[in-house]
Ligand binder design. Sequence first.
Ligand code: XUL
Length: 517
Amino acid sequence: MFLGLDSSTQSLTAVLIDPAMGEIMVQLSVNFGADLPQYLSPSGFIPGGEKGEVHANPMMWLDALDLLFGRLSHLTDLSKVKLIAGSGQQHGSVYLDGSFDARIAALDPGQSLVSQISPALTRATSPIWMDTSTGAECAEITAALGGSGEVCHRSGSIAIERFSGPQIRRFYKSDPAAYARTARIHLVSSFIASILAGKSVPIDFGDGAGMNLLNLSRQIWDTELLVATAPELCAKLLPPALTTTIEGSVSAYFVEKYGFSSECQTALFTGDNPASLVGMGATTPGNVVISLGTSDTFFAAMPGPKTDPRGYGHVFGNPAGGYMSLICFRNGSLAREALRDKLGLDWAAFDREGLASTLGQAGENLMLPFFGAEITPRHDFTGPVMKGSPEFESGSNPALQARALLEGQFLNMRLHSEWMEVKTERIRLTGGASKNDGIAQLVADIFQAPIERLDVSNSAALGAALIAATAGGHDLPALQEVFCKAAPGSTLLPDPALAAAYQKALGGFKSLLAASV
Ligand code: XUL
């Protein structure tokens, strides 16, 4: 059996798979807020941060690990686990002194992880991906490199507030003495992987690319970016490595305490988005995952390290080899809900029947579907911009606005993923709104690609389990055939009759955007 762990913002999840049976044997989560209330982090982070700071207590992640393994060991025989891999929320960073490596090499199973590891922290809390406090540091790194284009070309993204490099710089500037005491900087992923392995292990290419520090095409830390970020930084990071690298046996702490076999191996951990790409069965170019949530995200495999010339998209390493894009759209469900409420509609207006009443006007009315600040494209919108028939613009026929909002969201996605130059052959739709057949059909029609929906609920943890099995010698495409199947009856085909209308609408959308920002 192979174990995948995912340490996400709100929970730590385990997925245990048996490739021979083709089955998920156990899925279990520890919820940080509900299960570890002593950390006062109901949503997985410390509330009330100032100036855009969003931090979490890294010891909470370790208590969650002890709790999860304790519960798992009652459910299943962990001695059957051959290999463990995992993923973590991207960008979060953990700061440790020179005692960390010795501490994790000699963990006493009679004590908790937290009691043994917490003395090694040089920074009590970890900035996580929701943190937006590093605007000044992003500007400084960008200036040192000679502009955003250069940072993007090297690292796969322009300097981004939540990315680990700018966060490291902010720590160095605000507490240089603690920074100097820091011997190791880990990501959430490599921190947990190190504890399992009983030694500091590298950051993988998937998660490492979310730091503004990795040279994407050379797959090594980028000297100029390191220098622009903070002094002596290279010495605090191990050289990055492939996700499927096996690091050795699991630490004796886990063998003695939870019954893992001393032969159980550990692989590197990656970011939750690269792991989701694996768990959604989308690691080969041509496959796209669109996740519909509070924000919408678009991610897809890419063969080469191409970057977004406009700097909106990010490029990470693909655990299966090659690269992947990640593009976030802030106005996701938030915008769908805002329009629903504004027009007094219910969700039926956004479903198959509601949308059928306006099918004749597909692509005819245009909406820039932004109810507030957007990051793709980056602009402080104050409300949607509309261009079309009077009954559309006035809202006298609300169904037209429901259609145009959804069309606008997916035309915007199509427009802002063109830089990848990878033809979309299949889209796997996930997240809350993906169950809506009306929305799913509209996505199929706009991208002119079939839509599939999977029965997968923990795609990052499943992806991690598949990475573990792959590192253990199994064939990833064969595993994905079994574990990442489309749910029966979930596939929708595009209507070729709408291709021309949406091609024209894409041009109109682009012009309207150019005129509005
Ligand atoms: C990606 C990002 C989030 C985190 C948390 O850039 O910030 O998706 O990985 O899930």
